[in-house]
Design a protein around this ligand. Sequence first.
Ligand code: AMP
Length: 431
Amino acid sequence: MTTLQAINGFKDILPDQIHLWQRLEATATDICRRFGMREIRTPILEKTELFVRSIGEATDVVEKEMYTFADKGLTMRPEATASIMRAFIEHGMHVQQPVQRLYTMGPMFRHERPQKGRLRQFHQFDAEIIGPTEPQQDAELIAMGHLLFSELGVKVSLELNSMGCPKCRPAFRQRLIAGLEGVQDQLCEDCRRRLHTNPLRVLDCKKPGCRALVADAPSIQDALCENCTSHFATLRDTLDLLGIPYNLNRFMVRGLDYYTRTTFEFVTDQLGAQSAVGGGGRYDGLIAELGGPAVSGIGFAIGMERLILLMEQNEKENSAALSDTDIYLAALGPEELKHCTLLAQFLRQQGLRVALDYSGRSLKAQMKIAGRMQAHYTLIVGEQEWAGKEAILRDMQTQQQGGFSLSGSPLEQSERLAVVLRAGSGKSDPA
Ligand code: AMP
């Protein structure tokens, strides 16, 4: 019988990696709190129409990457913004509070060719601010992303562009088409098709041939209307004020149709072909387009797997081994084991991380287990220690050991032990 394996592009997140996920989730949650954002969780399945109408029919995501149950008209979400906007409209959230600052974290699904940093089920941390139109708000959201990377110790750079608005973009689009029509035979197959459906996408095609052809294309930043120009200028001034560096990148065109004005990407050169770690922008027409009120929005999505790859590289550099265990209790007989079972319960009630083994292994075998777990301490209770009412407490890092008195009730013993463990690991007593 063949053994079953996970689907290509769908990955298990194993316990060895979970500390990175938890650190990312905790840091993101805390930063969101500092920026006044509230969590929202939406379903994984939505009506296909939601994504077609919001992301746009002529985008890679909708054209070829969605997991759709065609007979049911349902799709597994490829991103979070559309679902959050649907929920915002459906629950009339703007009536309760005209400015909504929302975030979510969870799995997204896109049928792309899997490779390093590119999966079919991946996770995004997504943040959206609905309501405000001011460019300072765009800067604030970018600053929030920037803070996340810096608190996680990850280096990324920021690429910035403006996509204009329905007033100035159509003329730019026409100019771009006219300029590229002359060289259309030299464009790649995808770009030839995009030239009339989504010509801006040609600007950020990664193929060298197309890159050379658009090198002299007009810049959208020079084609912005007065309002878009001033919005973009204030955004840049605010980023300067906040000390957030950026590169102006007129070729950076985000893949989703709904963006207006500000678009940005956090990029890295440490992940090979997958340089984008996160990205976002302003979507001033999207909510009205989906049947909601005419309010603006701005958001970003950060790919959690890619961010974790970067965190992992850092961790390797720092080679900080993290211990999951404060103490390993090594009992060497039935009475001793009974005592350690109770001690473990009391220590865990006091918030400590405790491991013990019930299978009656030798001291040598148990010390090996404690070592593998990178336990800070081991308490050894053998026959002799039990008889003499004094166990051995060994600091596994320094290899120093001393006696630990087994007098008093097990609860008292656990309390005394907890004090030693907290002092040893530098942890303060939460009580
Ligand atoms: P997007 O919604 O396409 O702008 O993607 C936002 C972020 O999600 C990207 O910058 C990536 O970090 C991440 N991302 C998008 N697609 C994938 C994928 N197939 N696998 C892993 N991460 C992805």
